[in-house]
Design a protein around this ligand. Structure first.
Ligand code: PBG
Length: 336
């Protein structure tokens, strides 16, 4: 057997776990993760979401409990979505800015419970609260077509963000993809003295079928799609424009969503953004890996960690993931 003299042997740096860890370019940490959570009105026990095994609609009590768990694992931020009663939905989604609405009263409960230890982020979008399920108000254009009315929606987003800030949200996160939403919300917050409330802008958000299980999670009333306001999966340039506009309008963070099918977008946004870039590993990404794992087709935990590593490698500073707590525990096992 010949042993060749090879001046470069890249395998040298792969030969054992110690040298692999020593040379890892990308390291995940619990503080990278943001945990999205659902809180539902009218339930007395937490309810598992059928298409997202291991993820629940929470009561206020179980919400507080899971936030304590997250904090113990080193997670510093949760992102809260409210699921109202069907009978409370209306054409404008008015429960969204009702201080006693499902989302605002739970933001308040969490802020009272955790103070500054755990950052409370609230989803700032109307789709959970409207009876038609769209992210904005539906109007009629000059030609008689039904459209989601951009400018009429902006005032409602501002009111919703103000209600969330009043309830104690540290971060509001406009996810509705209306043009100008960041500027109007920033102005509204500043005018009311909420200069310290940050905005995480869903800047590059695609009209994605990977959101499927989320619609289950929030009991969405949507018929149709969001293609007139969310981005076309074929495009990347408009993500750069959207990001630029959001930063100009005052976004403190920008976000790319979904994550894994859009790593190229994430990488381009990360290259140009002067503010932190978050990525959202969405419901469909989670559900696919859980389902394949349950079938014994992939190793769920390992695949999940590989996926999260790839998202960070592509340029994410923060990752929204339903796997945040389990991921933090897996990291503890890996790194001690
Ligand atoms: C809109 C919103 C959606 C998600 C987060 N915010 C759904 C949508 O735009 O249709 C999806 C999150 C996920 O799929 O995990 N409020």
């Amino acid at each position: 057997m010949t042993t060749y003299h090879l001046p470069r042997r890249p395998r040298r740096l792969r030969q054992n776990p110690a040298i692999r860890q020593l040379t890892a370019e990308t390291r995940l940490a619990p503080a990278d993760f943001i945990l999205p959570l659902f809180v539902a009105d009218g339930i007395t026990e937490r309810r598992e979401i059928a298409s997202m095994p291991g993820v629940y609609q929470h009561t206020t009590d179980t919400l507080k409990a899971i936030c304590h768990e997250a904090l113990e694992e080193g997670i510093r931020c949760v992102d809260l979505f409210g699921v109202p009663l069907d009978e409370d939905k209306d054409a404008t989604g008015s429960v969204a800015w009702d201080p006693e609405g499902i989302l605002n009263r739970n933001v308040r409960a969490l802020r009272e419970e955790f103070g500054e230890d755990l950052l409370i982020m609230a989803d700032t979008c109307l789709d959970e609260f409207t009876d038609h399920g769209h992210c904005g108000v539906v109007g009629v254009d000059k030609y008689g077509n039904q459209v989601v009315d951009n400018d009429a929606t902006l005032d409602l987003y501002r009111d919703m963000a103000l209600a969330q800030a009043a309830a104690g949200a540290h971060i509001v996160s406009p996810s509705g993809m209306m043009d100008g939403q960041i500027g109007v919300i920033r102005e509204g917050l500043d005018a009311e003295g909420y200069q310290d409330v940050a905005i995480m802008a869903y800047s590059a958000k695609y009209a994605s079928k990977f959101f499927g299980p989320f619609r289950d999670a929030v009991g969405s009333s949507l018929k149709g799609d969001r293609r007139t306001y969310q981005q076309d999966p074929a495009n990347v340039r408009e993500s750069l424009l959207e990001t630029e506009l959001d930063i100009e309008e005052g976004a403190d963070f920008v976000m790319v969503k979904p994550a894994l099918p859009y790593l190229d977008v994430l990488s381009r946004v990360a290259d140009m953004s002067p503010v932190p870039v978050a990525a959202y590993q969405v419901s469909g990404e989670y559900a696919m890996m859980v389902a394949a794992g349950q079938n014994g087709w992939i190793d769920f935990e390992a695949t999940m960690m590989e996926s999260l590593t790839s998202i960070k490698r592509a340029g994410a500073d923060q990752i929204l993931t339903y796997y945040a707590i389990e991921g933090a525990r897996a990291l503890k096992e890996l790194h001690g």
